[in-house]
Design a protein around this ligand. Structure first.
Ligand SMILES: *Cc1c(COP(=O)(O)O)cnc(C)c1O
Length: 228
């Protein structure tokens, strides 16, 4: 199940990890702060999903990879309002919908430019001042308005446990994220069908998969340490 970043090539690590993944789990290679050549190496090993945290960095990298035209790009980092248009132009998925304000802005621009990205609602399952994301209270309050956004395909929940969490806490957080998505699905909102769970990074992805993750976001496990 695990691959050590210190051994083998990017291609070997992708092969090892994908071999053991349940079929419903999509592997996203998090290429932030890695060069375009790392994306290319992973692509040659058949990876087609890549995650980036910063819009400008992703745009620069994509410009070096225009020949790889069947990549699905996932935005996984906090999005500032003034980058919303560029994010819509350059990403197929936005995992980091962390406020009603950014969701509303994305929906408006998506309508103007004819885009309809897949989106996840980033939720803090426990309070975490160090992270962006809806609190549970904010999320429940926002659902009726999120349900009105006709240009966003809101299909999942994304969560990141606080850095200092124990593995037992991480496990509980992932399990509760799945329960939350199910509870929201039972409310009968016609636009909110949350079947995707974007959870699991290099340090915790086996736990996330056991809890029902459908999208794991792996950086260092695939690409090695990020350049500073
Ligand atoms: C950086 C990052 C990852 C990947 O982290 P690793 O620990 O290197 O696997 C996943 N998700 C998000 C949101 C990130 O910012």
């Amino acid at each position: 199940m695990t691959a050590s970043p210190s051994t083998n090539s990017i291609a070997d690590r992708i092969t090892i990890i994908t071999r053991d993944l349940p079929p419903q789990v999509r592997l996203i290679g998090v290429s932030k702060r890695q060069p375009a050549s790392a994306v290319r190496a992973a692509y040659q090993a058949n990876l087609r999903d890549f995650g980036e945290s910063m819009v400008q960095e992703a745009i620069a990298k994509q410009a070096e990879l225009t020949d790889l035209d069947d990549i699905t790009w996932h935005l996984i980092g906090h999005l500032q309002s003034n980058k919303a248009r560029k994010a819509l132009e350059h990403f197929d998925w936005i995992h980091s919908i962390d406020s009603l304000k950014i969701a509303t802005r994305l929906d408006k621009i998506a309508g103007e430019i004819g885009r309809s990205p897949y989106c996840c609602l980033q939720v803090k399952m426990v309070p975490d001042p160090a992270k962006f994301g809806f609190s549970l209270e904010e999320l429940w309050a926002a659902l009726p308005e999120l349900n009105q956004l006709r240009h966003l395909n809101i299909v999942g929940v994304m969560t990141i446990p606080p850095l200092e969490s124990s593995m037992a806490e991480v496990e509980a957080i992932f399990e509760r994220a799945k329960i939350l998505a199910n509870q929201i699905n039972q409310q009968g909102f016609d636009q909110l069908h949350l079947s995707e769970l974007s959870m699991g990074m290099s340090g915790d992805y086996p736990v996330a998969i056991a809890a029902g993750s459908t999208m794991i976001r792996l950086g260092t496990t695939l690409f090695g340490d990020r350049p500073a």
